[in-house]
Design a protein around this ligand. Structure first.
Ligand SMILES: [Zn+2]
Ligand SMILES: [Zn+2]
Ligand SMILES: [Zn+2]
Length: 157
């Protein structure tokens, strides 16, 4: 899965701006600032975290909380951002164009580390088939979230 591991923060912002343009959405300074903020974050961020990070940075544009919510809404619709449960915080999707249909979001409840991982289609295909054909449930997101303890937190239990 070379395409899955090739993601890095700079690519995230550039790829996302391109997706915005292709969708007909305008590329604005505030949208770019939210993307940069999410792209450089090590952990999922709340809308308030995003607001505070942008406000704390002198080279970033002026923005208010309502604009942050509106921008996140647009990015969610375009599949560029994921909402992580149970916190409801937001993280950059670095796999919106990687080609693998389904990914696993492994979220550690102790340290809040969140990783979006590519899973080989041999594993996800039977799951997708079972969900849609046997349970009649059509997934609309490309993410299965698993909550638990990351290797570091598990070993310190
Ligand atoms: Zn991927
Ligand atoms: Zn994703
Ligand atoms: Zn952890």
């Amino acid at each position: 899965m070379a395409s899955c591991s090739a993601a890095n923060p700079r690519d995230y912002v550039e790829d996302s701006l391109q997706t915005l343009r292709e969708s007909g959405a305008r590329v604005t300074a505030t949208r770019t600032a939210v993307l940069e903020c999410l792209g450089s974050a090590k952990r999922p961020l709340s809308a308030r975290d995003i607001l505070e990070r942008i406000q704390a940075s002198p080279e970033m544009p002026k923005i208010d909380q309502a604009s942050v919510y509106r921008i996140i809404e647009t990015l969610l619709e375009l599949g560029l951002v994921h909402k992580v449960f149970p916190s409801g915080h937001f993280m950059a999707c670095r796999h919106s164009s990687c080609g693998e249909k389904l990914h696993l979001l492994a979220h550690c409840t102790k340290c809040d580390a969140s990783l979006e991982l590519g899973v080989p289609e041999q594993l996800t295909a039977p799951m997708s088939w079972y969900l849609t054909q046997q349970l009649g449930f059509l997934p609309t997101d490309h993410l299965f979230q698993v909550t638990g303890l990351c290797p570091t937190c598990k070993s310190s239990e």
